[in-house]
Design a protein. Structure first.
Length: 346
């Protein structure tokens, strides 16, 4: 049985025809991705009553992804998150990036990977591989690199996202997926009652511009402690420096997986009975509680508001290239960049 359906997803302002690729498994789970930005558009899972529930925010067609911000479902690269001062040095050469976030660089500048049409390299019933050629100097980064992102829908209700690249010069590679999740449904309202667990004993302290100071701060006794599962909103407005700076949660946690592919986070809704487990081999995860969503027009007529969804962005730590004590995101010439993150629904 052919499980991959390919449909039109609209036309970009450049006249490019985008496609939507929809996969279904035997358990009734459905995942849709588009070649525009290699973005995750839908994740539909059965709730506790067997009814379909779409748990990611998105747009109805390519124009939404082209015209609106927020990075809904986006594949982010070459470097996710922030680089302080929008510059870094490799092998004695300093590279200047676009200053698109208070003098810093966010998600590699405004020539975003998620606003480009990716090639489709390969498809199967329940997987698709997108490919993007990023030339030397692209976004300010050195080296030519062909980047591949593979989405796989498993039979045990997981979305597996695998990244692969081999640069021809030393460069930064730190990819992530920027999906916004709501376990009660993308159009169901705020997520403050939904429960979150993180396997992290510490987080990276950041300044008021969200650039890490280099300090690793224990979560013990702070609003940043999710080692025991708790409602996301319990401490989201606490009088605590990190919370004040972020307007809620928008921080990187130091994971306890020690570079191994392991379960690192959970999010669940009592209303639907849906729980998402997050697995990764990366050292950090950015939890963003949608603090700055304002009247965003989404798919199916939905309007997204503040704290209506949460991102679980697996990554190397923000500004890691400029912090000696952070595991570095530099991928050496001819070395393979390979990493996998999985969102599993139980």
């Amino acid at each position: 049985m052919q499980n991959m359906q390919i449909t039109d997803f609209g036309t970009t302002s450049k006249g490019e025809a985008a496609k939507l690729y929809t996969m279904k498994n035997a358990s009734g789970m459905e995942v849709a991705v588009t070649d525009y930005g290699a973005a995750l558009v839908k994740v539909i899972v059965p709730d506790k009553n067997g009814n379909p529930c779409d748990v990611v925010c998105g747009y109805d067609d390519v124009k939404g992804y082209e015209d609106r911000g927020l990075f809904l479902g986006a594949t982010v690269g070459r470097n996710a998150n922030r680089i302080g001062g929008a510059s870094f040095t490799i092998n004695g050469v300093t590279y200047e990036l676009e200053k698109n976030d208070n003098g810093n660089n966010l998600h590699s500048g405004t020539d975003f990977f998620n606003q480009r049409l990716w090639k489709v390299k390969e498809t199967g019933d329940c997987f698709i591989t997108f490919q993007l050629d990023s030339p030397d100097g692209d976004q300010g980064y050195p080296g030519n690199v062909q980047i591949e992102v593979t989405y796989t829908l498993t039979e045990d209700n997981a979305v597996k996202i695998s990244y692969h690249a081999v640069p021809d010069a030393d460069t930064i590679l730190n990819m992530t997926n920027h999906s916004y999740f709501n376990m009660a449904g993308h159009d169901s309202g705020d997520i403050c009652e939904q429960k979150v667990w993180l396997d992290a004993d510490a987080y990276t302290r950041a300044d008021s511009e969200s650039i890490p100071t280099g300090e690793i701060v224990p979560v013990e006794g702070t609003p940043m402690d999710f080692r025991t599962k708790k409602p996301l909103g319990r401490d989201i407005d606490a009088d605590y420096e990190a919370i004040r700076f972020g307007g809620g949660y928008d921080h990187n946690w130091v994971l306890n997986n020690h570079g191994k592919f392991a379960k690192v986070a959970e999010m669940s809704s009592d209303k639907t009975g849906i729980t998402m487990e997050v697995y990764t081999d990366l050292p950090g995860i950015q939890i963003y509680s949608g603090n700055f969503i304002v009247e965003a027009q989404g798919k199916g007529g939905a309007v997204y508001h503040k704290r209506q969804a949460c991102c679980f962005e697996t990554q190397y730590f923000p500004d890691a290239v400029n912090k000696e004590n952070f595991e570095g995101p530099i991928c050496k010439k001819e070395e393979t960049y390979e990493t996998t993150t999985m969102y599993k629904f139980v």
